[in-house]
Design a protein around this ligand. Structure first.
Ligand code: ZN
Length: 312
């Protein structure tokens, strides 16, 4: 892994102005053009997170509409939070962030949750050898480690959330919360993300919901867990099972509990890190890039928007 060090972080982002300039460059990759006079030259205003047109004085707010706009937390603290999030596979906790930044727990938690919300998984198709598996998260602590096969028969599955994972043997993953493990739920998820082309093979366990994959045009290999045939040549789902244990360890060790409501954004953040696992600086840059975007394409940059994404 190409390590993005704290020294490098400090060099690139020494202060608030450097962080603001970085966001400005993401939003205006070709530089700011003044909406009033067309002027191209702008300078940073000393008391505001804004730039002013050197010709007519019109103000430009690069943070308008982003999660940073109304936050009283310094921009550099947000950047540092993202730096920390990009450093480890399992992620860090809000508690750790609270200590590192000297903010309240509530602030740390909200920063995390706002950053995570912007790390939605991309929708590039998964190709080649793709493992598919479902798992159960949360619910009654007595049943947390209940056997998956019991869960799928409805025993011990009370209050648990179904999560479906698709993972390329040599590449990216996609993980999504699902209402159940019926064929009518799983097959559309698979068809949306995996093209049934000749170069692609899907591997699943013996859950009947997957039975129709062959008739849908997929090369489909089944792992017979029931027959203790865990690794039958290429027919295994070891990668996705190892991902389940990493995700669950991350939730147990770092987040203690993730409510079903927040589970998808936790999974998005996990998959984001997983898919960028080979380059932590690229991961960090993509993360900042995502957070510089606003909802609904309302990026204006000229004045604070009425609808605030990141109210604190
Ligand atoms: Zn101007």
């Amino acid at each position: 892994m190409d390590k993005f060090t704290i020294a490098r972080f400090n060099e690139l982002f020494p202060d608030e102005d450097a962080c603001l300039a970085y966001i400005k460059d993401i939003i205006y990759p070709d530089g700011i053009t003044c909406r009033k006079c067309g002027g191209q030259k702008h300078s940073k205003m000393s008391q505001r997170k804004a730039y002013a047109c050197q010709d007519c004085g019109t103000h430009v707010y690069p943070l308008a509409g982003t999660i940073f706009e109304k936050s009283s937390t310094p921009l550099r603290s947000w950047f540092y939070a993202m730096f920390l999030m990009a450093q480890t596979r399992t992620g860090i906790s809000a508690k750790q962030l609270q200590r590192e930044l000297g903010v309240t727990y509530k602030t740390a938690w909200r920063m995390f949750s706002q950053i995570r919300k912007l790390l939605a998984q991309d929708s590039e198709p998964l190709l080649g050898q793709v493992e598919i598996d479902e798992s159960y998260f949360g619910g009654d602590s007595k049943n947390r480690h209940a056997n998956k096969r019991d869960g799928r028969r409805g025993r011990g599955a009370t209050g648990k959330t179904v999560v479906v994972g698709l993972i390329e043997r040599k590449g990216k993953a996609l993980v999504t919360v699902a209402p159940d493990v019926k064929a009518a739920t799983l097959l559309p998820i698979i068809r949306e993300h995996i093209p049934a082309d000749p170069g692609t093979v899907v591997y699943t366990d013996e859950l009947h919901s997957y039975d129709r994959l062959t008739s849908l045009g997929y090369a489909h290999e089944t792992v017979q867990h029931a027959a203790k045939q865990y690794v039958n040549g290429l027919a295994h789902v070891n990668n996705v099972e190892s991902m389940w244990s990493n995700v669950k360890r991350g939730i147990d060790g770092v987040n203690h509990a993730v409510s079903p409501k927040h589970l998808q954004s936790y999974l998005d953040a996990y998959v984001f890190r997983f898919n960028h696992r080979d380059d932590s600086q690229a991961m960090y840059e993509t993360m900042v890039d995502q957070t510089a975007k606003v909802r609904d394409g309302k990026q204006g940059g000229y004045a604070p928007l009425a609808e605030i994404v990141g109210r604190e």
